[in-house]
Design a protein around this ligand. Structure first.
Ligand code: ADP
Ligand code: MG
Length: 228
């Protein structure tokens, strides 16, 4: 597969409330890559991800994400950018009053799906891909934390995103369960999507080595310190 850039950041600054969090951020991510975003708490990982999904405005530099130029993106186009991204959070953010199937169908409806049989096909497809094919009728509180995060990942896959942005997806999970989630995200990247996963769990990326981008002292570096 020829390399194809799906995230391209050049001289980007990341701000929170006019405070500079990260300066001169430069990196590219290709389709099919799995990349860790590491750094201690408060180093700017979530802020960088928010910039990529246009939750924080791009003020300096240039950023192209899934074909959208974040410098010039119009507010009405942000939902379309977000459909090209699957976003996974640390707290699974499932609707507790309805089943897994209903959680996923709810998001499909909210993002414009109408064809009932296509919705059922997609539902089975994403449940199978995430190892949940027998869990659709369960309520969120009947699932383990790892299973709930798999639902979070299934939800992120609904619109066939080109990129998955995962912000500490294993932050609430025990080590063995975390490994399963990383393996699933790696499988998803090898199907041609890019995955950028923020984490500060060094044990995880030692066990499953992959390209690593590091936030530290207001800058972003390639690689883990001392490893390259
Ligand atoms: N909504 C916000 N308003 C103001 N400052 C914020 C906000 N969110 C985060 N920050 C600050 O931005 C810095 C980076 O935070 P964050 O991106 O959440 O780091 P990380 O995800 O690596 O823990 C921290 O100093 C944090 O206090
Ligand atoms: Mg964070």
């Amino acid at each position: 597969m020829a390399a194809e850039t799906i995230i391209d950041l050049q001289k980007v600054s990341v701000y929170q409330n006019n405070i500079l969090i990260l300066a001169n951020v430069n990196f590219e991510i290709q389709k099919g890559e799995f990349v860790y975003l590491v750094g201690s708490t408060g180093s700017g990982k979530s802020s960088l991800l928010k910039t990529l999904y246009a939750d924080l405005p791009l003020i300096d530099g240039s950023a192209v994400v899934a074909g959208y130029d974040l410098k010039n993106i119009k507010r009405k186009d942000v939902p379309y950018l977000r459909r090209k991204l699957g976003i996974v959070f640390q707290d699974f953010q499932l609707l507790s009053d309805r089943s897994i199937n209903e959680n996923l169908l709810f998001v499909m409806k909210a993002t414009g799906w109408k064809d009932k049989s296509a919705m059922q096909d997609k539902l089975q497809d994403i449940l199978t891909k995430t190892g949940l094919s027998t869990k659709g009728f369960k309520m969120p509180n009947q699932l383990s934390g790892g299973e709930q995060q798999r639902v979070g990942i299934a939800r992120a896959l609904i619109n066939d995103p080109e990129i998955i942005l995962a912000d500490e997806p294993t932050g609430n999970l025990d080590p063995a369960t975390s490994e399963g989630i990383v393996q699933l995200l790696k499988e998803i990247s090898s199907s041609g999507r890019a995955v950028l996963m923020a984490t500060h769990d060094y044990a995880l990326f030692k066990r499953f080595p992959s390209r690593t981008i590091r936030c530290e002292t207001g800058n972003v570096f390639e690689g883990v310190q001392g490893s390259n």
